[in-house]
Ligand binder design. Structure first.
Ligand SMILES: [Zn+2]
Length: 108
C-alpha cells in the first residue's frame, strides 16, 4: 500500500492510495497521533514519563509546513511550530483515515 498522491486540503491531509482509495486525516488528529517519543510520552533517560501538554499546543502545531516521504514507506510532516520528529507509516495514516472517516463520532 503506497500513496499515489499526498495533498493538504484545508485542515486535512488527503492521501490517494495506489489502489484508488483515499484517506483523509484531520491535521489536528494527525498531530495528536504523532508517534515520536516526545509526543507519545515515552520514558526519558531518567525513566520519567513526560506528558506533553497537548491541550496547550499553539495553532501552528496543527498546521503543516511541508511533508517529506522517507524511504518510500513513511511520511514525515514538518509542522509549522517546527516539530518534525514524527514518522508516520503509511499504515498509520490509513488507520487514522479510517478512524476519522465521515466526521467520526460513531466508532465501534
Ligand atoms: Zn511528536
Amino acid at each position: 500500500m503506497r500513496p499515489k498522491e499526498i495533498q493538504l486540503i484545508g485542515e486535512e491531509l488527503a492521501v490517494k492510495w495506489e489502489t484508488g482509495e483515499e484517506s483523509y486525516v484531520p491535521l489536528r488528529e494527525l498531530r495528536r497521533a504523532c508517534p515520536c517519543a516526545v509526543c507519545s510520552g515515552e520514558p526519558d533517560l531518567l525513566g520519567m514519563k513526560r506528558r506533553p501538554p497537548r491541550g496547550a499546543l499553539p495553532p501552528e502545531a496543527f498546521r503543516i509546513e511541508r511533508i517529506e516521504t522517507v524511504g518510500g514507506y513513511v511520511l514525515r510532516p514538518i509542522w509549522k511550530d517546527g516539530h518534525d520528529l514524527g514518522i508516520y507509516t503509511f499504515e498509520l495514516i490509513r488507520a487514522l483515515g479510517e478512524r476519522f472517516a465521515g466526521g467520526g463520532g460513531s466508532g465501534p
